[in-house]
Design a protein around this ligand. Sequence first.
Ligand SMILES: Cc1cc2nc3c(=O)[nH]c(=O)nc-3n(C[C@H](O)[C@H](O)[C@H](O)COP(=O)(O)O)c2cc1C
Length: 197
Amino acid sequence: MREILVLYYSHRGSVRALAEQIAAGIHQVPGALARVRTVPKVSTVCEAVEDDIPADGPPYVEMADLEACVGLALGSPTRFGNMAAPMKYFLDGLTAAWVNGVLEGKPACLFTSSASQHGGQESTLLSMMLPLLHHGMVFCGLPYSETGLMQTRGGGTPYGASHVSGHDGRTVLSEAEARLAQALGRRLARIALHLAG
Ligand SMILES: Cc1cc2nc3c(=O)[nH]c(=O)nc-3n(C[C@H](O)[C@H](O)[C@H](O)COP(=O)(O)O)c2cc1C
């Protein structure tokens, strides 16, 4: 028998129900066996709780920050071609903002960093759009009038700003990466101001 892993996370059981149906389908195939597994919640039950104020860097975001902004630049390291769990965890906690349309009509842009050049920056940037689309945000990328897009030998994409950090994660931003990131910031700010009237 060949085992097929059905790995899911479910809070209230709908995904679990789907997983059970998928497993049933697998079992209908001769020679196939479903191995169903789940993952733990990311919560105070299994994770240490951070201090209210980070040891360094900017403060943690609050709902008031989302309410106050007229645009959003959202960044995450690339992790297995997708955003990192802490960012996803934060986004998953934004039901109240979604219900109240806190981000609706506001422009957003995206940025990421990955170790390798073809390690999934574009998939990360594009998938980060998805939750923001549910919030009704509008998107701002980089146009090819930014000539750095053609010249860069590292990061910088039409989908957002990016950096290739190398296998040890220590490579500093190239001039082209920095220039493109600034251009994106500018573009977002201009559009945000325009939309905000
Ligand atoms: C769990 C994990 C998954 C990662 N997945 C990818 C990946 O899919 N592609 C890639 O090129 N780098 C990957 N990396 C490397 C990070 O994307 C890379 O080090 C990134 O620059 C980290 O950004 P940061 O310095 O802002 O944390 C991964 C790193 C970790 C810890």
